[in-house]
Design a protein around this ligand. Structure first.
Ligand code: AGP
Length: 502
């Protein structure tokens, strides 16, 4: 928290105040300890309080002065309530009589309550232990809040005996996937029918979710001959000329709060496109903004590194692509096969081997990951997981690109993960592995069968179009064990936040 000059007023802030320089000029003479925009805000509120003696109006006035995407929560020794204001970043109030709460993330509230109010932009709340009063910035009239019940349990948001959330969430995957195969068929069919009607379809997302979107591109093309254009959230605007009233913008997000994804959906709406979201957090900004939402039902994901939400999105996209060709029963079987494959990966012996492998590679400088076809997004996702939690430089490549430059990076004993599933990419990706091996690289093969090119072999049973799920789980585990072997906390990677709201 940042304090005002008196030390009586404290503020927490999520976001970036774009006009902090201009606002800073208004508080000359105040005693600032640091150089953050947040501190300017608390002193501005202090200044307003001398004029109004009303904490809510003071915060409202200052919040209105700010530009950018922000959330502020303020407490003052002389006022028996908190004030929370939202201009972009997420804010959710947990209703727990006698002990109301406020947070940026619903998962953090679950051990106290599942009754919540999501603040909208330009709303401000006065939160006392027993009462919540909501207003818009533009009026002093009380607004009736929409209270939502979140159907996640407190246990699902706990580590359940695992040393880290990341590992627990990796282990959640068989259950999440089985549930999707059983319960999401109807929604997948509805989405397929919207896709079939659209002139063009964009799958918009960031980070891991964008790799799920890229996997979707391959699934839709190969299962249904349907083009789906993956677009990174921050790049979506540049497709402007192609987005219109007959476009479908399919947004993918775990948190539903990723600002680039949200802005893409708003932008698509402004062009008259239909918007559908695959989102994990019920009531999140994306859920509220989209014309239609399919909840991923993966349960709370708390580790910064996304794992089960990726699998859930890919499984849903597989069901949807299959629905376009009336092949849902086959997709359900494939997802169930993947569930069995993942259970084997999560068995104690397999995990022991992965742990040993990670410990042997914990000091390497770089790891490369190769895949072709749908294993290309798997390679990108594997690399992101390794980078995020172990801080080892990792790059995923389309194996065919090796000879176009990447191979220059291979030196003696460079570890190279190779996805070689039982599909049309097998022999070509093995050729890529041979090229790497010929230059001294070490091959860690992830495949349904051993191959003489592999220095290390990580088996993943074939599950047709769903094989990517098991392959990525192996990489998630490897990333996790690399982080632990290096003495790092995989749940709290440096410089990263769970929801990228700025
Ligand atoms: C994944 O491990 C990341 N931490 C990050 O790339 C994340 O997937 C991205 O920020 C998108 O988040 P979202 O799914 O909540 O929109």
């Amino acid at each position: 928290p940042h304090f005002d000059c008196s030390g009586k007023l404290a503020l927490i802030h999520n976001g970036i105040v774009d006009n902090y320089e201009e606002l800073g000029k208004k508080i000359r003479g105040h005693k600032l300890l640091g150089q953050t925009d947040s501190e300017i805000i608390v002193h501005l509120i202090e200044r307003e309080l001398t004029k109004t003696q009303n904490l809510l109006s003071a915060v409202k006035k200052v919040a209105k002065m700010t530009t950018g995407f922000n959330a502020f929560v303020v407490i003052h020794q002389d006022y028996p309530y908190l004030v929370a204001a939202k201009t972009g970043s997420p804010l959710v109030i947990g209703l727990n009589p006698g002990n109301n709460l406020v947070s940026s993330d619903v998962a953090s509230l679950l051990s106290h309550t599942n009754k919540v109010i999501f603040l909208e932009d330009n709303q401000i709340a006065r939160i006392s232990p027993d009462e919540v009063r909501l207003e818009n910035f533009s009026s002093v009239r009380e607004i009736k809040p929409l209270v939502q019940t979140i159907n996640w349990t407190a246990k699902s948001a706990s580590k359940s005996g695992f040393p880290h959330f990341m590992l627990k969430e990796i282990y959640d995957q068989p259950a999440v996937l089985a549930k999707i195969a059983e319960s999401k068929v109807k929604e997948a069919r509805q989405l397929a029918s919207s896709i079939a009607k659209a002139k063009n379809v964009f799958a918009v997302a960031c980070g891991t979710a964008s790799y799920a979107a890229l996997a979707g591109q391959y699934l839709f093309a190969c299962i249904a001959g349907q083009q789906v254009i993956p677009a990174i959230g921050s790049e979506f605007y540049y497709y402007d000329g192609a987005i219109g009233t007959r476009s479908l913008c399919l947004a993918l997000s775990q948190s539903g709060e990723t600002i680039d994804t949200l802005q893409s959906v708003s932008f698509a709406k402004s062009r008259g496109a239909k918007t559908v979201s695959l989102v994990n957090v019920q009531g999140s900004s994306l859920d509220r903004l989209s014309d239609q939402t399919i909840l991923l039902a993966a349960g709370p994901e708390k580790a910064v590194a996304s794992t089960k939400a990726f699998s859930a999105k890919v499984a849903l996209l597989l069901l949807t692509a299959s629905a376009l060709k009336r092949k849902i029963p086959r997709a359900v079987i494939e997802i169930k096969q993947a569930v069995r494959a993942i259970r084997k990966i999560l068995s104690p012996d397999y995990q022991k081997y992965l742990k040993k492998l990670a410990s042997g590679f914990k000091h390497v400088h770089s790891i490369f990951i190769l895949g072709r076809g749908i294993s290309y997004p798997a390679a990108l996702e594997a690399a992101l997981k390794i980078k995020e939690v172990s801080y080892i430089h990792a790059e995923g490549f389309a194996a065919g690109e090796l000879k176009h430059g990447v191979i220059a990076l291979i030196s003696q004993r460079t570890p190279c993960l190779v996805f070689a599933p039982n599909d049309e990419t097998y022999s070509d990706v093995i050729s890529g592995a041979m090229e790497v091996k010929a230059r001294g690289g070490l091959i860690i093969g992830i495949s349904h069968k051993p191959n003489p090119q592999f220095d290390y072999y990580l088996p993943v049973a074939d599950s047709g179009n769903a094989t990517i799920l098991g392959n990525v789980v192996v990489a998630q585990c490897l990333a996790y064990y690399l982080a632990v072997a290096r003495g790092l906390d995989p749940d709290m990677p440096r410089n990263l936040a769970k929801s990228v709201t700025v």
